[in-house]
Design a protein around this ligand. Sequence first.
Ligand code: GDP
Length: 131
Amino acid sequence: GLKKKEVHVLCLGLDNSGKTTIINKLKPSNAQTQDIVPTIGFTCLSQCLICQVKGDTETSGNITTNIKHRRLPILFFANKMDLRDAISSVKVSQLLSLENIKDKPWHICASDALKGEGLQEGVDWLQGISY
Ligand code: GDP
């Protein structure tokens, strides 16, 4: 049968960019919440790490060293694509010079976290990466 593998995902981004909404939408529908305060599991871990990256230099240094030296895949969400003045994911990747990332697999998806559009494409990509 299918084997489940536990993975840790670090979710980083600007305030208000939609991280909590994305994480919430990725949970099974019966576990989704309107609460912005995370409670358990995946959300909790991600949110803890986000706080640490922002607030605790020592931990954030650990974390970033770990990211730098491992071939961890990076998934970018160009979120809020539903907004009228949203720029395309191609344009976002040009602006961020993502083509310069040569030492890690990366992928960018346009997403609308409110409707849940584009999120599954990103998760499918992550699941297909073997690392
Ligand atoms: P976080 O600070 O990165 O965790 O951002 P939140 O998940 O709290 O989202 C910030 C605001 O953006 C909330 O009002 C969300 O409803 C809204 N938001 C999140 N994703 C989208 C999106 O894809 N489209 C639009 N229009 N709004 C979004």
